[in-house]
Design a protein around this ligand. Structure first.
Ligand SMILES: O=C(O)CCC(=O)C(=O)O
Ligand SMILES: [Fe+2]
Length: 293
């Protein structure tokens, strides 16, 4: 991989500067946790597409059966299987990991150490759409390679852990993204998504599912994931709200009892004062009468 012929200059500069500001300067985050930016040179996209077409031609002629990218796509190919593994490893290590370290550290973004790289293809005689799913990855890079097409939007519905994968979405989690050749989308693998029908033309996208063995090991010992699961976070906030409300009630009850108690003490004190002054006055009167009778 030759960086200057693979990546657009703005992307290369941001990677060289390697700061959050430099990444943010080339990216937009149209929905929380979904980052999009210009990434691949048009000539590199064409080269990769023609390589995939060559591979498919060879597979068809040789009547080979090849591994499809995942359980959902019937078309496309695993790039690692035809010599691109080293190139994709480099892409993950030097280009995806520095960005993920900044934006996805809570899901092992800094420790991505393996990948599954493939292309998906949609259009006539190919897949039409892709159902709602989560990826087997910590961070997913999805770059459109072309060619010309209509439709094929990615729809996102919030990030979820295993336990909450089928829960509903909050309105702020609903987001649609329209692919454009050369442009990348970077998101957590657990960010639920799917692709709408490619209604005409031919769409080819490069997918790099990046994984972190460290994160996967640590995850086994954790019970809640409020740092990245939208539903764990919602439940945590709800628990905090309920406990705050309970504390407020307890405080109010305490104040009430203290006030009533104080009032009773004051009343009792007043009664004793009254009695004492009554006795003193009466005793004085009796003494007076005795003295002058
Ligand atoms: O078609 C797309 O752009 C999405 C593909 C995808 O989500 C996947 O292969 O995991
Ligand atoms: Fe996916």
């Amino acid at each position: 991989m030759h960086p200057t012929s693979t990546f657009v200059p703005s992307f290369l500069k941001a990677i060289t500067d390697n700061t959050e500001e430099s990444f943010r300067s080339i990216m937009s985050e149209p929905s929380p946790g979904v980052f999009t930016f210009e990434m691949l040179q048009p000539s590199f996209c064409e080269l990769l597409v023609s390589e995939v077409e060559n591979f498919e031609k060879w597979v068809n002629e040789a009547k080979f059966r090849i591994m499809r990218p995942n359980t959902m796509n019937r078309y496309g190919a695993v790039l690692d299987d035809f010599g691109l593994e080293t190139m994709l490893d480099k892409m993950m290590e030097s280009f995806v990991r520095p960005i993920s370290k900044v934006f996805f550290s809570e899901v092992g973004g800094a420790t991505l150490d393996s990948h599954h790289g493939f292309v998906v293809e949609y259009g006539k005689d190919r897949d039409v759409d892709l159902g709602f799913h989560v990826d087997d990855s910590e961070v997913t890079l999805n770059v459109c390679l072309g060619k010309q097409f209509l439709g094929g939007e990615l729809f996102f519905r919030g990030t979820r852990c295993d336990k909450h994968v089928n829960t509903g979405s909050q309105s702020e989690e609903i987001f649609d993204y329209t692919h454009a050749p050369g442009r990348a989308v970077l998101h957590r693998g657990r960010h639920r998504h799917g692709a709408r029908a490619t209604t005409s033309g031919h769409r080819i996208n490069l997918l790099l599912w990046c994984r972190s063995s460290v994160f996967r090991e640590m995850k086994k010992y954790q019970k809640e994931f409020s740092s990245w699961c939208g539903e764990c976070l919602r439940e945590k906030k709800e628990r905090q709200r309920a406990s705050l409300a309970a504390t407020k009630w307890e405080t109010l009850v305490a104040i009430y009892f203290l006030t009533v108690h104080d009032k009773r003490v004051a009343e009792e004190r007043e009664r004793i004062y009254d009695m004492t002054s009554f006795c003193i006055i009466n005793a004085g009167l009796v003494l007076f009468m005795l003295m002058y009778s």
